[in-house]
Design a protein around this ligand. Sequence first.
Ligand SMILES: *Cc1c(COP(=O)(O)O)cnc(C)c1O
Length: 241
Amino acid sequence: MTGITDHLGEIRGRIAQATARAAVRGGQARPVTLVGVSKGHPAAAVREALAAGLGHFGENYLQEALPKIAAAGRDAVWHFLGRIQSNKTREIALGFSWAQTVTSARIAERLSAQRPHHGDPLQVCIQLEPVAPGPPGGPEGAPAGSPRAGCPRREVAALAALIAGLPRIQLRGLMLLPRAGLDAEVLRMEYRAARGLLDELNASGHALDTLSMGMSDDFEMAIEEGSTMIRIGTALFGART
Ligand SMILES: *Cc1c(COP(=O)(O)O)cnc(C)c1O
């Protein structure tokens, strides 16, 4: 036994408590979708979580994800969570239901053009560039030439408007991956700012229902700050190898 079923039950309990706290603070309770991040874990782990009732799974690397989706995937909803290189958009548009890491018009246009015409449009989030800098001595940024780590705030409204006009992708909201090693209060402000940006987009005419933020170590705080989708790897599946 790997304990995935037990972990899922515990996490669901903690989500319910955090959702109740969020409702006390901020008005209406929002449903929270749990995405199990299965990178670094085998298809058997996905099958166990599926059998325990989890429906959404996330992966960061295509090479790892595609065989796993083929082996375990039929009934699951798959979210792409890694950086999107433009030469990988076709496989993402074909193999996934969601891409949470759209950061540019070029990637959005390619995903829409390459999404098959039968079936649902690809569900997407704009990944926000994190604002808070990591602590000194923390991990370096991405090497030059790799896809950017997020859409800068000043470009989000224009990118959202562009995506809204594309036929084969549907904008659902925003995704945030904060830099590692932040103090809890800095992290909370980062999450709060993302919520504010989603609210601004909706006030300007969008109807976005998704704010994807919160991972194993901080999902309760993220829910308190308005997350509607959390991405949990370690707390569900155990440490990655
Ligand atoms: C790996 C990863 C997660 C899960 O992280 P845990 O700390 O293991 O829960 C969530 N989101 C993204 C984008 C990831 O890359």
